[in-house]
Design a protein around this ligand. Sequence first.
Ligand code: DGL
Length: 267
Amino acid sequence: MADQRPIGIFDSGVGGLTVLRAIREQLPEEPTIYLADLYHFPYGPRYQDEVRGFAFDIIRYLESRDVKLVVIACNTATAAALNQARELFEVPLVGVIRPGAQAAVDTTKNNRIGVIATEGATRSQEYLHAIKELDPMVGVYQKACPELVDIVESGQADTPYAESVLRRDLADIVRIGADTLILGCTHYPLLKPAIERVYPKAFVLVDSATTTASKVVRHLDPGGGRPGHEVLVTAVPEHFNEIASNLFGETIEAEEVRIWEEQKAPT
Ligand code: DGL
């Protein structure tokens, strides 16, 4: 019997939608529940323990919604929570760091990989470890780019302001001559057009969305039938619905859910 249960996917905001989109492309028959933790956005500047706590609560919530698999579609939460969550939860868990690291190692020709991510993901050094484990000869150049997350979440990804921040934030990685750039935050793929404009053809851009989706395909007991897609948020969505609708080319209206006591009741 096919497993009809949905796949659960979460992030702090719109970023994980890039992973959801790749999953929906590769698995059009699968129902999904996407949750954006806007109540705690952004995750990047927070302590790992705190992010881990949020991630555990969300995984618990998604388990209560009877998902068959949870994708942590956030690098910061993957770095903070994936390993411990695997010991704690029964539901299978997929993170976004290893798939991105693998794709970058497969891509680089000059063995120089740049990684841009949030402060939390950068501090965790998870990309460095994942890449070095795959190939110790590869040089890794990391840069925390917290401003880029706010730019994307506030719907400014395609603006001259985004370009000026990218010009500054990527300058060192360009100077070092990395031929591959990992977009180590699921918000960053939305900046691809701006990156291409600022540093055209400087590097191959690698994000975890497609590779994570391929991993989900490999591990999944496929469902089938008519898929439903739920999109949930933990706080009032300001630009979320607009960005989500643009990304999927369909109207998306997120529904507010309450996971934490202190959260305001959904309006
Ligand atoms: N999208 C998340 C990531 O991949 C983080 C954004 C945030 O700082 O909340 O790391």
